[in-house]
Design a protein around this ligand. Structure first.
Ligand SMILES: Cc1cc2nc3c(=O)[nH]c(=O)nc-3n(C[C@H](O)[C@H](O)[C@H](O)COP(=O)(O)OP(=O)(O)OC[C@H]3O[C@@H](n4cnc5c(N)ncnc54)[C@H](O)[C@@H]3O)c2cc1C
Length: 392
């Protein structure tokens, strides 16, 4: 039987044995995981069938058409979109058994603790320390911009375990229990009024060594896997033609009194760019194999971020005066997932698209250096021990 036929058969069985309209979402997601349809490219027994990632769009399309709820991927995106890829490549079998299923069923939400006040684009400069104490590590430091930390059970964290090593080499990767002693989560108020992300403080927080991912000192390698998966999770989703933000712009254009040749030309231009980005995503997904996505994932992330900013701004412009208010107000709220689409909120939220998951400048650097093979940026601190790198 071909891989494609195996995938189709597994989908047929899942939909027949667990009809989405009669099955609670969490129960369906559990059955989907057990059927190997959570991440088809993972090994069997870890939510996959061991086939190429290029079969994933078929799973998504068939499940959506069959009426299944696929919102877990969006609502637990840091786990399902990134943590799972990390565990599948760098985790040990018992770690996959412990964490993957409750992640997929949304019983346990995940967050990503990478950025710090002094380390964002230059992530390898981070200062949060992990010091070994027998079978445990003691974490101290501050993370920032941590999406969903306020609802997360587990966090993917990278910390410095050897300050005397060169900055990329002295890092180790852990999964930290967000309910452990010494973890403090504080909300950060965003432009939309929501506090979707947070500051997180670690004060002598103990992490068992069996929650370390990969070797001591291998944190940078694991972080790269995380970021490659993140870019695909953000910019690599296949959508139907003319759907999403551009559909909202088209609807806004159809409102009485908006018709104008200049605006129409702009709308068509953005529609064509959306379609080109959509087809590029499909083409990239068709060539995806097992394992971690490559640096070319940055192209999807870059084009999606820039286009989404433009389309959401244009939609608000089409809405005229009606687009200038913000009906929800700016009262501080604590979302637990992505809310329904609202054009004004989307416009404000989209400003972050070219920052989150790596800025557009950094995406261009990656594409230039690692996809096009252009000369790299000068890296003056590359060979210095981290402790000796000057920082403010
Ligand atoms: C909505 C949102 C959610 C986020 N969620 C998370 C999360 O869950 N977990 C997490 O760890 N982080 C998260 N982040 C943080 C995000 O990854 C960082 O903000 C991002 O990597 C940029 O880092 P920085 O903010 O420190 O900016 P800096 O790195 O200080 O960059 C400042 C400016 O300098 C430019 N710049 C920096 N270096 C270069 C260079 N070498 N070449 C050209 N230009 C450069 C940048 O492009 C940017 O314009 C989130 C951010 C946002 C906005």
């Amino acid at each position: 039987m071909t891989d494609a036929a195996r995938v189709e058969e597994a989908i047929d069985r899942l939909l027949t044995e667990h009809p989405p309209n009669e099955t609670a979402p969490a129960e369906f997601w559990g059955a989907q995981y057990d059927a190997g349809l959570a991440w088809v490219w993972h090994e069997e027994g870890s939510g996959g069938l061991g086939v190429d990632r290029s079969h994933h769009p078929t799973v998504m399309r068939r499940l959506t058409e069959g009426g299944a709820d696929t919102s877990n991927r969006r609502r637990n995106v840091l786990g399902i979109g990134m943590g799972a890829g990390v565990l599948s490549v760098h985790g040990r079998d018992e770690q996959r058994q412990r964490w993957l299923r409750p992640m997929f069923t949304m019983d346990e939400i995940w967050c990503q603790l990478f950025s710090e006040p002094g380390a964002g684009s230059d992530l390898a400069d981070l200062s949060t320390s992990a010091v070994r104490d027998g079978d445990e590590w003691i974490l101290n430091g501050q993370k920032v911009w941590t999406t969903l930390a306020h609802v997360a059970k587990w966090g993917l964290i990278i910390a410095r375990t050897d300050p005397d090593a060169q900055k990329h080499r002295g890092l180790t990767y852990f999964v930290v229990d967000m309910e452990a002693e010494g973890v403090e989560v504080r909300p950060l108020y965003q432009i939309t009024g929501e506090a979707e992300f947070n500051e997180v403080f670690f004060s002598d927080t103990r992490v068992p060594d069996d929650q370390r991912i990969d070797d001591v000192g291998a944190g940078w390698r694991v972080a790269m896997t995380t970021l490659m998966n993140e870019r695909v999770a953000i910019g690599g989703t296949e959508t139907p033609r003319g759907s999403g933000a551009i559909a909202v712009a088209v609807d806004a254009y159809r409102e009485p009194g908006v018709d104008d040749p200049v605006l129409r030309a702009r709308l068509l231009e953005l529609w064509a760019e959306s379609e080109a980005a959509r087809l590029t995503t499909i083409r990239a997904n068709e060539t995806a194999t097992v394992g971690t996505p490559g640096p070319e994932g940055s192209t999807g992330k870059l084009s999606w971020a820039e286009l989404n900013k433009e389309i959401t701004a244009f939609t608000v412009e089409l809405m005229g005066l009606g687009g200038t208010g913000f009906p929800g107000g700016y009262e501080l709220t604590r979302p637990t997932g992505m809310p329904d689409y609202d054009p004004m909120r989307a416009f404000l939220r989209a400003r972050a698209n070219s920052i989150e998951g790596g800025t557009s400048e950094i995406m261009r650097n990656i594409i230039g250096e690692r996809v096009l093979g252009l000369p790299g940026e000068p890296r003056v601190d590359k060979d210095l021990p981290w402790r000796e790198v000057p920082r403010s």
